[in-house]
Write a protein that binds this ligand. Structure first.
Ligand SMILES: [Zn+2]
Length: 268
């Protein structure tokens, strides 16, 4: 089979704790989980289209935007990476209509184990997708707040105690961590919050989300593929976690990093 289209992050489904993936390429939705153990080839066709406006761009900015969209689109605004700087609650945004649907909606602050313990924020409606995109093995909700700004303030506060980045190498190698008791971490975390933020804590909520990824063989010494340096990657699909494909175990491709890149995908 052969498919063509611009890369976009994979979509995921959760059945219990089992994660499965699909990749939309052009008109086709490809069931990636079904391709496990098959030999696949992805070839970059030297063309990038902006994921916002569709125009061709020589270079991708902020994982898939042309420069013009990168500096004007609300999806690429500062508050996406730095939620505490979100000003939508003050009526300030690149696009207030977008902000009403994205920034001014309930958000959660969470703790997740994804190659290490990290704190993060996401829109309530992005649960559990956000955690799967990060390749988290487990996650708990700490707070629920009315907008992105407050979530960011809490995250910033907690970053003095936790990291906020996923370590991709630890995540794709499934580095085993000392057993982290997420519920006790959660209670400790709530204890750290100043009083004015404690009112948002989900103290009674004891749900721990768990995720199991379609992986046959874990990478041990992974190397990240870069389409800007090498147009083709091929091999047996040995696993998928987060937005990473594992080929021949050690070659890993972060699909999201190459959003907008036109590629051909073939499988036997
Ligand atoms: Zn654009």
């Amino acid at each position: 089979m052969q498919y063509h289209g611009n890369l976009i992050k994979m979509s995921s489904k959760l059945d219990g704790k089992i994660v499965s993936y699909a990749l939309t390429l052009g008109e086709n939705e490809i069931d990636m989980t079904q391709l496990l153990d098959k030999t696949i080839k992805l070839t970059y066709q030297n063309k990038i289209n902006c994921i916002k406006c569709g125009k061709e761009t020589k270079k991708s900015f902020g994982q898939g935007f042309c420069y013009s969209c990168f500096i004007t689109a609300p999806e690429a605004d500062e508050c996406v990476l730095r939620p505490e700087r979100c000003k939508a609650h003050l009526g300030i945004s690149r696009d207030m209509k977008w902000a009403e649907e994205h920034c001014l909606k309930p958000h959660i602050v969470y703790l997740a184990v994804s190659g290490g313990l990290k704190v993060g924020v996401t829109r309530l409606s992005q649960v559990p997708t956000r955690w799967i995109d990060q390749g988290a093995e487990r996650a708990v909700r700490i707070c629920e707040v009315p907008n992105r700004h407050i979530a960011g303030v809490i995250e910033k506060y907690l970053m003095n105690h936790f990291g906020d980045k996923t370590n991709w190498k630890k995540m794709v190698t499934n580095e085993s961590l000392p057993e982290i008791d997420l519920l006790s971490e959660k209670q400790k975390t709530i204890g750290l919050l100043p009083n004015e933020l404690k009112k948002y804590a989900l103290s009674e909520d004891e749900k721990v989300f768990e995720f199991s990824y379609p992986v046959n063989e874990w990478p041990q010494n992974p190397g990240q593929h870069d389409f800007d340096k090498k147009v083709e990657i091929n091999g047996k699909l040995t696993g998928i976690r987060g937005q990473y494909l594992f080929l021949d175990r050690e070659k890993v491709l972060n699909v999201r990093r190459f959003s907008g890149y036109k590629i051909q995908l073939s499988s036997d």
